[in-house]
Design a protein around this ligand. Structure first.
Ligand code: 5AD
Ligand code: SF4
Length: 436
């Protein structure tokens, strides 16, 4: 029996792809081992969203340049798709390169390797299929991922994803529902629907559900208590999605809606297909619901041509929306992307300065927002236990971390839902005491 090791970089889509790859390999008779040292096959499932992410895989591969003899190295994911067979030149000890749109071919590529091919590649992007496998091996005991759409048809000027993951392909609503039901039967109470742009989901079967319709159906699967989804694109984020969340408490009251910039001028340059005002309208929909929806976002600072004024307008947006949390990034030039050739690149130190200002402002906003939860009782899914502090680690529907004590009772709470009274709040988490 052949052994393999896999390390995953990047987003949840990648994490879930790895779960499917593991399932596929195990189905083929391979056995997973916890370190590369013991493995005959070493897989890296890579990310190329920013340059730093891309460099990680080459660091890893470099470590094995000399002492990797006898092992087979495989590069999967976004760097594989982006760099293709150039990887064989950069890292001659790599034997397999395969992008996510070609994972259906992995078993066949592995057979080619075993039967003597020295180098094999799966780099086609023109598949109509999604990577569906009956064997996904689930890493998280509490939350299961379900892919609903692969690829991306947008062309944001900074982004490699349309090149690394290919065009959009939606799964049928029935296959998504079947997977959700199966996961609920297996005991998962929380699922997360995944896609680069879940909002543009469109059931390819005659039912032709849009994303809101899919949400309503998944929300009614018996046994599921929490349904999350990521990632949204403001252009395709219609009011009906917010209505569905408001109708079904099973749909978590958290939306990650990446804005990237608060300046319409920058949004235009980024080819985001919405204005600041259109984005804010979506925020208003969410602020008008019965259950308060937590809103999080992504911000890119230092996109080419971003002036001090554009930047100020982004800071003003943060003040206006008061996000529950944000991810902030310095713009990173990516191969093939429309922005690659733009003039007026912002110096690195200036990007660093702007990012620090954004994060500092957001920290103050989070302290203020989280403080408002003190005194309230929140339902938590218990996801862990911190031995050092004796606290359980809970997660609210809004996706906030709520650490709590449960005095006098030490039974295992993992995977259970409990009510917790919030007694303290910090910028990144809440703390409290279990009330049941
Ligand atoms: N540079 C910096 N950040 C980027 N992102 C995507 N591409 C780039 C890039 N070239 C950020 C966006 C996106 C998140 C996943 O990563 O904010 O929403
Ligand atoms: Fe990284 Fe984007 Fe690929 Fe996810 S889709 S792994 S974030 S490049």
């Amino acid at each position: 029996m052949k052994t393999f090791y896999i390390e995953t970089f990047g987003c949840q889509m990648n994490a879930h792809d790895s779960e499917k790859v593991v399932g596929t390999l195990v189905g083929q008779g391979y056995r997973q081992v916890p370190t590369p040292d013991d493995a005959e096959l070493v897989f890296y499932n890579t990310c190329s969203i920013r340059d730093r992410a891309e460099q990680k895989v080459f660091h890893r591969l470099d470590q094995f340049k000399r002492d990797g003899k006898g092992k087979t190295f495989a590069v999967l994911g976004c760097v594989a798709q982006q760099e293709g067979e150039k990887i064989f030149e950069k890292a001659p000890h790599v034997s397999l390169v395969c992008g996510s749109a070609s994972y259906n071919r992995l078993p066949e590529l592995l057979v080619q390797l075993e039967t003597g091919s020295r180098r094999v590649a799966g780099l086609s992007l023109d598949t109509e299929d999604t990577f569906e496998t009956p064997f996904a091996r689930r890493d998280n005991p509490h939350r299961a991922y379900i892919t609903i759409i692969e690829g991306c048809d947008k062309s944001c000027a900074y982004c490699v994803v349309p090149f690394t993951r290919g065009p959009e392909r939606s799964r049928t609503g029935q296959s998504v529902l079947a997977e959700a039901r199966q996961l609920a039967d297996m005991g998962y109470s929380e699922v997360q629907l995944l896609g680069q742009n879940v909002n543009s989901y469109r059931d390819p079967s005659p039912a032709a559900w849009d994303f809101a319709a899919l949400l309503r159906h998944v929300a009614q699967v018996p046994g599921l208590r929490r349904v999350r989804f990521t990632t949204s694109h403001p252009r395709d984020f219609v009011k009906d999605i917010v209505d569905a969340i408001d109708e079904y408490p099973v749909l978590c009251n958290h939306v990650h809606l990446p804005v990237q910039s608060g300046s319409t001028r920058m949004l235009d340059a980024m080819q985001r297909l919405y204005t600041r005002e259109e984005y804010l309208r979506r925020i208003e929909w969410m602020k008008a619901t019965r259950r308060p929806i937590a809103i999080t976002t992504d911000i890119i600072v230092g996109f080419p041509g971003e002036t001090e004024e554009d930047f100020e307008v982004t800071l003003d947006l943060l003040d206006h929306v008061k996000y529950d949390s944000i991810f902030g990034f310095k713009y990173s030039r990516r191969p093939n992307t429309p922005a690659l050739t733009l003039g007026d690149q912002i110096p690195e130190e200036e990007k660093t300065r702007r990012l620090a200002i954004v994060l500092e402002k957001q920290r103050a906003i989070q302290i203020e927002r989280n403080a408002a939860y003190v005194g309230s009782v929140e339902e938590c899914l218990v996801e862990g236990f911190n031995r050092a502090t004796g606290q359980w680690i809970g997660r609210t529907s809004q996706h906030k971390t709520l650490n709590f004590l449960r005095p006098g009772r030490d039974q295992d709470l993992l995977g259970r839902y409990v009510d917790v009274r919030v007694t303290r709040a910090g910028p990144n988490s809440l703390a409290g005491e279990c009330v049941n």
